[in-house]
Design a protein around this ligand. Structure first.
Ligand SMILES: Cc1cc2nc3c(=O)[nH]c(=O)nc-3n(C[C@H](O)[C@H](O)[C@H](O)COP(=O)(O)OP(=O)(O)OC[C@H]3O[C@@H](n4cnc5c(N)ncnc54)[C@H](O)[C@@H]3O)c2cc1C
Length: 339
């Protein structure tokens, strides 16, 4: 277990916000984690569990303890004829796991290439991209209950996954620390998914006819690199808001008024609307005040050009929510965790 005091979190969040934590504790094994939860005097001040810091806005300094979960290791738990169950510890980098799966010719997560963050956090918002969500390959996970230090397992059903949702954002919020995730990945022949977004077009541009999982991963990586700002260059947390899911009547009414509005199917009686389009239509794309702004190509991505504070970005986010609500009657909800 590593302990630091008055620790700057700037390098631990992709927004690059210089919030300071009173205490920063890093655990590298499940035993260290349990030891911390059962015996450390710093546990009572636990304010934040930190993975890769790519899905959070640190709105202020952390007056208490930040616990960085850094458990490493990947192994095959079951090797069947058509599939493998792979277990990865929570601190493993997600994209590194995707590349490992591709190198071993295990399919299912290639569309989720280049999503920042750690494996242990992937189930929390059921990460998704290009037509695939974690839930499609998720098998089970282990977590430690914060109150008791007990190890608990969750099956796919028990995680209650939805669009950028899981039990860990609802009933189980703040109660568990995820330590390991198991995925069920396919062995060849793989069923690649290329009908979402620009994947098929990207593959056609490269004259790829029968794409392998590696081809799909490379296409996704190229598309993402061309569309999303790299946090190493401009601080950001990916999509700041969720795409709103609204009642079908409202979606239909708005479609009449704004025929160009992108609308997607959602649960029965509902439609999903592109949040980026709503933000663009209210004139925020490319906006900048000080170092806080809205990306010039991606209205859904709020950015820190350098020295913005979390408070400034939060103020910008709230102003955008109000203006979209005023124009469209839709209240955007943050996808990013506001800390
Ligand atoms: C450029 C960019 C692009 C992105 N694109 C996508 C995308 O396409 N699809 C997508 O779904 N997401 C996307 N994201 C969001 C982000 O990558 C994911 O949400 C990722 O899973 C966050 O992982 P993390 O380890 O960085 O989480 P963190 O930011 O460290 O934590 C997120 C939340 O989980 C909690 N937490 C962290 N670790 C644990 C743990 N072990 N146990 C319990 N709670 C924990 C934290 O307290 C916090 O509330 C993007 C982000 C960026 C910066």
């Amino acid at each position: 277990m590593k302990l630091s005091t008055n620790f700057s979190l700037k390098k631990h969040n992709t927004f690059g916000l210089a919030a300071v934590a009173n205490h920063f504790v890093e655990v590298e094994t499940q035993n260290e984690l349990i030891e911390f939860l059962k015996n450390s005097p710093l546990k009572k001040d636990l304010k934040l569990v930190l993975g890769g810091g790519s899905n959070m806005l640190l709105t202020k300094n952390i007056d208490g303890t930040v616990l960085h979960v850094n458990l490493q290791g990947v192994c095959i738990k079951e090797d069947a004829k058509n599939y493998v169950i792979v277990e990865a510890n929570a601190g493993e980098n997600w994209h590194k796991l995707v590349l490992w799966a591709i190198a071993n010719n295990f399919g299912g997560i290639e569309n989720l290439s280049l999503i920042p963050g750690n494996v242990g956090t992937a189930p929390i918002q059921n990460i998704g991209a290009y037509g695939v969500e974690l839930k499609d390959v998720f098998y089970s996970l282990d977590a430690v209950e914060i109150d008791t230090g007990k190890i608990v397992s969750f099956t796919n059903n028990e995680c209650n996954f939805g669009y950028r949702e899981s039990v860990f954002k609802n009933e189980a919020k703040g109660k568990f620390i995820i330590t390991a995730v198991r995925l069920k990945l396919s062995k060849p022949p793989h069923q690649t998914q290329i009908n979402y977004g620009a994947i098929a077009q990207e593959l056609a541009n490269k004259s790829v006819k029968n794409p392998t999982i590696k081809d799909v991963s490379e296409a996704v990586i190229d598309i993402r690199k061309s569309k999303l700002p790299d946090p190493a260059e401009i601080g950001n947390s990916g999509s700041f808001f969720k795409n709103p899911i609204v009642a079908e009547e409202l979606a239909n009414k708005l479609s009449e008024q704004f025929p160009d509005m992108p609308v997607y199917p959602a649960t029965k009686g509902h439609k999903k609307i592109a949040a980026g389009w709503l933000i663009e239509q209210t004139g925020w794309k490319g906006y900048r005040k000080g170092d806080a702004g809205v990306h010039k190509n991606q209205a859904l991505v709020l950015v820190n050009y350098g020295e913005a504070t979390g408070e400034e970005i939060l103020l910008l986010a709230n102003t955008i929510i109000d203006s979209v609500d005023k124009k469209f009657g839709i209240k955007l909800i943050a996808e990013v965790n506001l800390i």
